[in-house]
Design a protein around this ligand. Structure first.
Ligand code: SF4
Ligand code: SF4
Length: 370
């Protein structure tokens, strides 16, 4: 992309992005469209407008899902433009109140939920030991404080495949929610801390089930100057290797098989290009029939929780989530599986019993052949 995004969006483009933006489709507001945000970013940069009130609000009505970029011929990177503006809004104190609040909560408790830091590994009940050269489990804030079932499933999987696994002493939030909402300096502090904590654990591989943690650790830590010296893998990649190597075997699902559909987390799919491994894992469960939603892989629609949407605009996030659930139900699947605790948390909260929502770790643990 050579020209200024404003030129591409304003003059040269048919603006196909407007038809796919999950936020603009719900709110029907020009300012919320991808190009609307691009224009706002331009005028903010020129100091022709101030980043307060409705302008700040519009810049946070974005899931940073990246679907607009897929439909944009010159590949204007709206999520990155949005994040850059948000960093300035946070710095100037103009970001929405919940965003400013998570900065304070994360500063004091090392997680955006403001839950007690010392209870981070409470679900693990003393599992996970320090052991040189082993596989480490990076738990992440949403699993640790909102999706304890995923933590237990991860522990069982890692015990099954590795015998023992390592926990990162003093694990802090990976920084993904900080980066997407504009708390750049704090995210950098977290990256520096976690790099040291992970490397000090003596592990050679760090596994996480969270798409946001995976993206932060593998893509953003190097960008912030803190590349990890250990390999970072997402659970879906770890599972697929273990299955391929015969380290992990799965047993048949249900009596006559079960129809399952898969939701690509934006941070795992579009942002990191991991589409095949979760599908391969699901398809390797005997009796599972994987059916796709209309919007899948690079065209997958966001669950509604990303980019601080759930934090700042619950009703908008809820409506986006309900649309995704309807799409899943339309496939005729009994289960909707995703590969991120944050997506699972959101989809489960809006499913209203229409479809059962699982994380990949949870469905795999139910089918472990012991
Ligand atoms: S973001 Fe891309 S598709 Fe949308 S208006 Fe700008 S150039 Fe066009
Ligand atoms: S990143 Fe997603 S929510 Fe944000 S403008 Fe693009 S399509 Fe819309």
């Amino acid at each position: 992309m050579s020209a200024d995004p404003i030129v591409l969006c304003g003059i040269e483009c048919m603006k196909m992005c407007r038809f796919v933006c999950v936020a603009a489709n719900q709110l029907k507001l020009e300012t919320v469209t991808p190009y609307g945000k691009c224009f706002l970013a331009y005028y903010l940069r020129k100091e022709a407008i101030t980043g307060r009130g409705r302008v700040a609000e519009a810049m946070y009505q974005c899931a940073t899902c990246g679907l607009c970029k897929e439909w944009c011929l010159p590949k204007v990177d709206i999520p990155e433009i949005v994040k850059e503006v948000r960093a300035k809004l946070v710095k100037d104190g103009n970001a929405p109140e919940p965003t400013l609040e998570i900065g304070k909560k994360t500063k004091s408790e090392k997680n955006p939920y403001g839950e007690p830091h010392e209870k981070r590994f409470a679900a693990l009940n003393k599992k996970g030991k320090s052991k040189m050269g082993s596989v480490a489990y990076f738990v992440g804030c949403t699993s640790a404080y909102r999706q304890l079932n995923i933590v237990n499933a991860m522990a069982k999987i890692l015990e099954h495949t590795e015998g023992e696994f390592t926990l990162i002493d003093d694990e802090w939030c990976c920084g993904a929610p900080l980066l997407s909402t504009g708390h750049i300096e704090l995210a950098s502090e977290h990256a520096e801390h976690n790099k040291k904590a992970i490397e000090d654990s003596g592990c050679s591989v760090v596994v996480t089930s969270c798409a946001g943690c995976y993206m932060a650790l593998s893509r953003y830590y190097p960008k912030m100057g803190f590349p990890l010296k250990v390999e970072v893998v997402h659970l879906s990649q770890y599972l697929w290797s273990a299955i391929s190597e015969g380290k992990l075997k799965l047993k048949k699902s249900g009596k006559g098989g079960v129809k399952v559909t898969y939701h690509d987390p934006c941070h795992l799919g579009r942002h990191m290009g991991v589409y095949d491994e979760p599908r391969s894992v699901l398809s390797s469960i005997p009796g599972v029939q994987l059916v796709e939603m209309d919007w899948n892989r690079r065209n997958s629609k966001c669950c509604g929780s990303g980019g601080g949407l759930q934090l700042n605009f619950q009703e908008l996030a809820r409506r986006i989530g309900i649309e995704r659930i309807s799409e899943a139900v339309a496939t005729g699947a009994e289960f909707l599986v995703t590969a991120c605790p944050f997506c699972k948390n959101q989809l489960e909260s809006v499913a209203e019993g229409k479809i059962r929502v699982y994380d990949l770790a949870e469905i795999v643990v139910e089918h472990l052949k012991v």
